[in-house]
Design a protein around this ligand. Sequence first.
Ligand SMILES: C[S@@+](CC[C@H](N)C(=O)[O-])C[C@H]1O[C@@H](n2cnc3c(N)ncnc32)[C@H](O)[C@@H]1O
Ligand code: SF4
Ligand code: SF4
Length: 424
Amino acid sequence: MRVRPADLGPLAGAARRAGQALSTPITLARQAGLIGAYARLAGWRTAPFLRWAARWDNLFQAGAGATRIGCFGPAPHVVWEVTQRCNLRCAHCHASGGPQAAPDELTTAEARAFVDQVVQAGRAGWGARILVFSGGEPLMRPDLLDLIAQARRGGLAVFLATNGVLLDEPLARRLKALRVGVVIGLDAMTPDLHDEIRGLPGAWEGAIRGIETCARLGLYFHLNVVATARNLDEVGPIIDYGNRLGAYSHFVYRFVPVGRGLEADALRLDPTQLGRLLEIIADRQRHGTAIVIPVALPEFWARALRERGMGDARRIEALGRSFPGCQAGRGLTYVKPDGAVWACPFTPAEVGNVRREGLEALSRRLEEAFAAPACPDAAGCPWGAVCGGCHACLGAGEPCALGVAGDTAAPRMAGESEARKDYG
Ligand SMILES: C[S@@+](CC[C@H](N)C(=O)[O-])C[C@H]1O[C@@H](n2cnc3c(N)ncnc32)[C@H](O)[C@@H]1O
Ligand code: SF4
Ligand code: SF4
């Protein structure tokens, strides 16, 4: 005879309540385990790691509900480009941010309905508990703070990705009251270079003012840096600067030539520069006081395993479930200003629209669309399970960074499978 939960009467209710009560500690324990494993993998020194781990926000806010860590950090999470409008005009911008809004951006009513969808998905247990408001420049959207407040009331951990220029003290205080994590883009410690990349004199001063206001007022903040051929030597000093101010993490983006970046050939990283970038990230992660997440650079995880001499296929397969490298179809949902759903900011393959469909169906479609790894050599590469290659980079003809960081005589370009034997 099949026993239905209702037949168990009070017992079923007690079991459900116990399950609910245990779900938070179990999730937190899982997140703590994940981050501990990450630290070991990356060779993070014990003292700086413990200092970082002792900060509760790292578990509750940045790691909210995380089951995996990869490109773009914890998964699952949702990133929403709230508008294409922007006060800057960066040479590399994948979103082609500028003075104009994108055609058909979500209205306030549609935006509210979308935020509600994310809240409901998070509550249902299968969705993300983290919502990132990005852009364009999200501070150009007049209803932004109302939407953020709605997300916070719904229990989501919220982050705001901004270029920092409009981030003054009154706004920082409001964001702090809402417990919003602030992510600020900084591309150089040299003012002229940042301004050149960002397309506006004074952009550097604005970003620094925004960052230092957040630090002074005690906001939970982090830095975004885009590594290009123009600013590679600035990446380390930016991380050091953020660490001195108390940033909890750094996202180091490999420049991906998409959007307006398609026209920015001078920013492309060559194979030697990619190898150097991997070294800078690995070094700052080992010794720094904040977590460093490589974006569009899943080869970082493969490199970490190679550094540790780990080549056991079964272990690597198991690790790949927690550290999948590329997050396309593996927990990241990227929503464009008009509601179109992409796998990530750099892969313009639309699988549907939040105006017409629920997030569950859309995430399933993302999973199906990106089930196969980007790298044609992933199956033969010992570290394929923790990398998979970057769909966007390989699609844009960029080389595999691992081929250049290692001991191959000649840099390996995407698709040159004969170089596979050189991996180990
Ligand atoms: C599109 S911006 C939106 C938030 C905000 N306007 C800012 O600039 O920080 C988000 C992040 O993506 C980075 N980014 C933009 N285009 C990129 C590209 N082609 N490759 C790598 N990163 C890029 C930006 O520099 C920024 O750090
Ligand atoms: S990267 Fe950010 S600041 Fe720069 S143009 Fe794009 S949206 Fe604007
Ligand atoms: S396609 Fe590239 S940038 Fe996008 S999630 Fe995968 S590794 Fe990251």
